[in-house]
Design a protein around this ligand. Sequence first.
Ligand code: SF4
Ligand code: SF4
Length: 372
Amino acid sequence: MSSEFIPTLFIIKISNDCNLKCDYCYARKSKKELSEETLAHIANLIVKWVKKKDLKRVKIGFLGGEPFLFAEKIEFFISKLNSLMNGRNDAISIAIQTNGTLLTKEKIRWIKKRKITIGISLDGPKEINDIARKFPNGNGSYNIIRENIQNLIKAGIEPRIITVIHKYNWNKTTEIINHFVDLGIKIFRFNPILPANKQARELSITPNQFFEAMKETYNTLKTLRKQGIEVIEKTTRDYASLLRGHLTNMCLKDPCGAGLNMIVFNNDGWIYPCDMLIHEEFKMSPIGEIKDISELKRNEVLKELINRREIAPRKCTNCIFKTYCNGGCPARILSEESNRYSVSKWHCEFFQKYLTYLLLNLINSQEDKLDQ
Ligand code: SF4
Ligand code: SF4
């Protein structure tokens, strides 16, 4: 698989400040903020890169903290970007990943005008979502998120949902999917919780629990499809696509897209290879010292991430899944405190079980093309 350096996803974290206090949040607590000057520099870097490589599809994603606390800075950035692109704006799309609590009617009008894709974090119905996704006073966030999702849909904007699968909802995926269908949500992704800190470790799940969650998801999607209800769960889609030889997610590439296809401009003023790798050892360069994105191609952090895959553990040598497997997310490998040149034990167990299950099902039922 390709280890060509061609970043097409740029993540901008203006600040880590947030109005929620979710139990498993992995964003490092810091109120540092990217200045307008730095944002203008980032816009210049991206536009120069798009023009130089004649890229047709580039995505810029705002992550936090909560990006809507900094809506004016996002608008400043988009205006700058548009003026630098001189009418070639269709090559770049903008996405914002939000907790969904600050979407006033005025912001929804702005989202529509700027054609921004909105991703919202929601873990299921109220009693599930509010276990971990809370305001600092302990109140759950569900009610306000639900209202805002409905307002978005009324305005013709289709939000994409990210659901963290953890100790309290891994065996409730059918309930979660049916709830999303009731809300009019068509696209969502189930992500297993990453045990990156003490609270997240308390909510963590075993590979087998995530396998059971994804097995149930697969069967629920099949049942809905038979009823004429088409929804996309992106993890199912990504794995089904992988088996059919199409890559729809840079996390499943070998090596993964960190630093190769994705670059993160972080609120501490540094560039990192991935939002999940915001650690001292993955600092690539201060943002201001880069004059051209291509300078990152020879970065030592990137070289190490790529080389990591050249040293395969012995158990992988004869593994029948090795053509598809990338050893797991480096962030998960680090959370297991293994040698970073190793593979994730969690990933390995899940991957073998889930791929076997999907393979047998896809062979048995050609009509279940959940990757399409
Ligand atoms: S580091 Fe993990 S989250 Fe980031 S691109 Fe690689 S696999 Fe995906
Ligand atoms: S599934 Fe496990 S043993 Fe097989 S290649 Fe992946 S990490 Fe190695």
